[in-house]
Design a protein around this ligand. Structure first.
Ligand SMILES: Nc1nc2c(ncn2[C@@H]2O[C@H](COP(=O)(O)OP(=O)(O)OP(=O)(O)O)[C@@H](O)[C@H]2O)c(=O)[nH]1
Ligand SMILES: [Mg+2]
Length: 493
């Protein structure tokens, strides 16, 4: 990663391929002079001192040879994307003209930009903080309106404002403690340990609130991990296909058709969902099937949500019970499929099966329900959903109540827990880790207050919390963190 901002950088900023037009973008002190050596305006005029935010029609020449007919945008520092002089050449959108124009810019002294380097400069030049820089990447990659809204919120600085406010409070507290320590002979009123602990408790509470949103935030960013399970032939692959609206998985009347995990992304009312169809769990007939079943169990362990498919047209069996036992402690929806056929299983029987499995495993429940390493995950796990999962009767092949199932998924995860439109969400694992670190440091500080330890020790914990929060906005981010973040960007952004 290049954190040197002396060079003028250039890159093709639009996707490679054929399009109406494509843009070569330059940023840096030489951006405008370099372009003006290649560009001849249609109407003869001197562009050297031209106004900022102006567009000019003309041609790019390689010495005498015409390369392309273009529009040139001139944007002068400091009110630009990077806070440097920026020039953008809109060419015809073919690979050849774009490459040729870029090559000419490089020959005139620009350097090829690294991935994300334009946004890195916006960060290094203080126009945006690290959260906003990462949001740019999320905006480009967002798969649904809800994810886009969330990234736009971060781009506008909503999360930054909250994090910075908490940081300011810690700085105030720290300044007060340090003043007392440094000028002990002066009459600065000391905060009692109780008062210190109380103020830290309040900040820690705010951090916990932010952490609670991390589960929903991650879902918007990476997709809700959803696994479809059930015994063979109940219609799992048919359900996947109807949710995806395409015939992705093979469906046949032969039990044991799906041998491996099939997955794809789908948009459920604005929530991106990574949905997996799995091999039916039963007593395996061969090695391939056994391996498939092992994978199914692993995907259950990773799932945010499990769709447990039960066939209403055949009696419940021990196999259904075996599967239910694997789902204890997981957020589950009981999907009673094939409701278009004559029904031999009632809703009550399915509920009884679930309850009896739960009771059988009751003594092990404690350890099973804390199998999530993510504290935010636990706080969102509603015990009543675990105990009494919603049940919905559908037909995957006849598309009966599929819309209701989608709404159920939506409500289960978003409504009542976080409202996406205006909530400040933590969408990023890096932010989540730093928030956990900050919260732990505050907790240590509170404990130190409880033990009546000296103010020096408490100040140390506060400083650690401050450092962790500084990493989120980029104030204390190391070069290593920066390079990890910006290497994920596309070139030209
Ligand atoms: N009538 C009716 N048939 C269905 C429905 N859903 C699935 N089927 C049929 O049930 C059979 C099995 O469907 P699949 O989707 O392959 O079942 P599966 O659970 O993926 O099966 P395995 O991969 O073998 O575990 C196929 O013949 C489907 O057409 C439904 O809602 N109604
Ligand atoms: Mg299948």
């Amino acid at each position: 990663m290049n954190i040197d901002t002396e060079d003028t950088i250039a890159a093709i900023s639009t996707p490679m391929g054929e399009g109406g037009f494509g843009i070569v973008r330059l940023s840096g002190s030489q951006a405008i002079p370099i372009v003006l050596r290649l560009f001849i305006p249609k109407r003869k005029k001197n562009l050297a001192g031209v106004d900022t935010f102006t567009i000019h029609y003309g041609h790019i020449y390689d010495r005498e040879k015409l390369v392309d007919e273009v529009l040139l945008s001139v944007m002068r520092a400091p009110y630009t994307y990077t806070r440097e002089d920026v020039a953008e050449i809109s060419c015809h959108g073919g690979i050849v003209p774009l490459r040729k124009v870029l090559e000419l810019c490089l020959m005139e002294g620009a350097r090829l930009a690294e991935p994300g380097e334009f946004t890195l400069r916006a960060f290094l030049n203080g126009r945006i903080d690290l959260i906003q820089a990462e949001a740019v990447c999320d905006i480009i990659r967002s798969r649904t309106d809800a994810a886009l809204n969330c990234a736009l919120h971060q781009m506008e600085g909503h999360l930054s404002i909250t994090v910075n406010r908490i940081r300011d409070c810690i700085v105030d507290l720290l300044a007060h403690i340090e003043a007392c320590l440094d000028y002990s002979e002066e009459d600065i009123p000391h905060l009692s340990r109780g008062e210190l602990a109380e103020r830290m408790e309040k900040l820690s509470g705010e951090l916990k609130e932010l952490l609670k949103s991390a589960q929903s935030g991650r879902i918007l960013r990476e997709g809700l991990q959803t696994t479809i399970v059930g015994k063979p032939n109940v219609g799992k692959s048919s359900l996947l296909n109807v949710l995806l609206e395409e015939d992705k998985a093979i469906v046949t009347p032969v039990p044991g058709t799906t041998r491996d995990v099939v997955e794809d992304m789908v948009n459920i009312l604005g929530i991106p969902m990574k949905i997996m169809d799995t091999a039916g769990i039963r007593h395996a007939r061969d090695e391939i099937e056994m391996a498939g079943i092992e994978r199914t169990k692993r995907s259950i362990a990773l799932a945010d949500l499990v769709l447990f498919v039960i066939d209403l047209s055949i009696p419940l069996s021990e196999e259904d019970c075996r599967i239910a036992e694997n789902l204890l402690g997981r957020k589950t929806i009981l999907v009673a499929n094939k409701c278009d056929l004559p029904q031999v299983v009632s809703e009550e029987e399915i509920r009884e099966l679930w309850a009896s499995c739960l009771n059988r495993l009751e003594p092990e429940r404690e350890s099973l329900s804390v199998n999530s390493a993510n504290p935010a995950h636990d706080s969102l796990s509603n015990p009543s959903i675990l105990r009494n999962p919603p049940l919905i009767k559908v037909s995957a092949t006849k598309k009966i109540r599929i819309k209701d199932l989608q709404e159920l998924i939506y409500h289960l995860f978003i409504k009542g827990e976080v409202s996406i439109s205006d909530a400040v969400l933590v969408t990023n694992v890096r932010h989540q880790d730093a928030l956990v670190k900050a919260e732990e440091s505050l907790k240590k500080g509170i404990e130190a207050c409880g033990r009546g330890e000296s103010e020096e020790f408490i100040a140390l914990d506060l400083r650690r919390a401050l450092k962790a929060l500084g990493e989120i906005v980029g104030e204390t981010a190391t070069e290593d963190i920066l390079s990890r973040i910006f290497s994920k960007f596309c070139i030209g952004k």
